[in-house]
Ligand binder design. Structure first.
Ligand code: UTP
Length: 324
């Protein structure tokens, strides 16, 4: 898909007129330590953990490709090889499957390499998400770009990223994805202070401030920043001088706070299905949910699941009777 590159000439605070999309590149940070998932992530990146039969990061790259982003830069860490190999050709495996005439599996093996033009860069030390994004500077250049966290899965039926790209094209500046979470969970996220954007603009807000993982009392709202961003290249200059913040890491939230102070950050409110596959409980929910939705596995799996849950309930009821 080819896109026209449009210079940034409209005032940042006003919606820009209809125009062709300017964003072509996606950056996928996947260099974190994944400590919440140890020991599984000792020798395997958490982004490579399977969700049914594909690694989590493949869903993320499929989402970027579906939104028309045909250039994907992976920011990798210690386990670079597994991610690189997954998005490359596997000649011996392909030959073996071709010899057997197993075209279904052959396609499944070839698909990841065909999704987009995929590049890799190493972060070195995992100095934080902000630092990971800064590593993309040379590759991205002076164009807006999308960031999709490699362990954050948006249900394949949702259109969040496309909505965010539209908002970038209309407002310029940067765009974050916001999700309302219960007050007791806000300390797990970056949290946004927001105000309405413009009359009639449903689901789009102006971000006036950002706090990384605030306590419930200090949170300016219930809007959590989730792992999708469309960033103006101005973010690189800010990240370059952003000192380590919370947890000693260079935080993307800190850089975005500075951009938000200029009125150049908007938020797209998302109320669809999103899974944090870096969290063990959410990972399990993701696998079950997506397995239930699969035409090939779902019907049998759902029937088993119903029986399994009924069995759990019966055992629980028996236990309660004995305990009483
Ligand atoms: P997380 O906040 O989930 O951190 O990163 P983490 O270190 O990967 O995982 P835990 O908390 O120790 O379990 C969010 C995203 O940013 C990437 C991660 O790979 C993940 O996709 N990231 C984080 C980097 O690429 N580099 C970093 O230095 C930190």
């Amino acid at each position: 898909m080819s896109r026209m590159i449009v210079p940034h000439t409209t005032p940042l605070s006003e919606p820009a007129p209809e125009r062709a999309r300017t964003v072509r590149k996606a950056v996928v940070p996947a260099a974190g330590l994944g400590t919440r998932f140890l020991p599984a992530t000792k020798a395997t990146p958490k982004e490579m953990l399977p969700v049914v039969d594909k690694p989590a990061i493949q869903y993320v790259v499929e989402e970027a490709a579906a939104a028309g982003l045909d250039d994907v830069l992976m920011i990798t860490g210690r386990h670079k090889r597994a991610i690189e190999d997954h998005f490359d050709h596997a000649f011996e495996l392909e030959q073996a499957l071709a010899a057997k005439g197993d075209t279904v599996r052959l396609d499944a093996v070839r698909d990841p390499a065909r999704l987009a033009d995929i590049h890799h860069i190493r972060q070195g030390d995992p100095l934080g998400l902000g630092h990971a994004v800064l590593c993309a500077r040379h590759h991205v250049g002076d164009q807006p770009f999308a960031v999709l966290l490699g362990d954050d899965l948006i249900d394949p039926r949702e259109t969040l990223l496309s909505r965010m790209l539209d908002v970038r094209d209309r407002y310029e500046g940067s765009v974050v994805a916001l999700m309302e979470v219960p007050p007791e969970q806000i300390h797990l996220y970056g949290c946004a202070a927001v105000e309405p954007s413009r009359p009639g603009e449903d689901g789009v807000v102006r971000v006036t401030g950002l706090v990384e993982k605030p306590s419930r009392e200090d949170a300016p709202s219930r809007y959590a920043v989730i792992g999708r961003y469309v960033l103006d290249p101005a973010v690189f200059g800010v990240l370059d001088r952003t000192p380590p913040g919370r947890g000693g890491e260079i935080q993307l939230t800190d850089a975005l706070r500075e951009l938000a102070a200029d009125g150049t950050v908007h938020g797209v409110v998302f109320d669809g299905l999103r899974y944090d596959t870096g969290d063990r409980a959410d990972y399990l929910r993701t696998v079950v949910r997506l397995a239930c939705d699969r035409a090939d596995l779902g019907p049998e799996f759902v029937a088993w699941l119903k029986q399994f849950v009924a069995g759990l309930e019966a055992t629980g009821a028996r236990r309660d009777r004995f305990a009483a």
